[in-house]
Design a protein around this ligand. Structure first.
Ligand SMILES: [Zn+2]
Length: 86
């Protein structure tokens, strides 16, 4: 998966969250409100970076997909599965 450049919207949305967008997103806010987060392999990493700026940060549903394998329930289930039980 290629890295994307992520931006954080400095201006909070109506729900109080500040949303993260990729460079290519059409919902990307005006340059005045953009904080450049940098290149990340997935939206989750961008989210962690965004949380350094603001406590309430969200991911844009249009451009920040969380389909990465590492974030799926299946993956988390496997990580949390008890070991050694037969
Ligand atoms: Zn977006």
């Amino acid at each position: 998966m290629e890295e994307q450049f992520y931006y954080l919207n400095r201006e909070p949305a109506k729900d109080g969250l500040r949303y993260i967008h990729t460079y290519e997103c059409e919902g990307k806010p005006a340059p005045l409100f953009l904080i450049k987060l940098g290149f990340f392999k997935n939206a989750q990493h961008a989210l962690l970076e965004g949380q350094k700026y603001y406590a309430k940060v969200g991911l844009c549903k249009d451009c920040c997909s969380l389909n990465d394998e590492i974030l799926t329930h299946t993956y988390l289930y496997q990580q949390n599965k008890p070991q050694g039980i037969l």
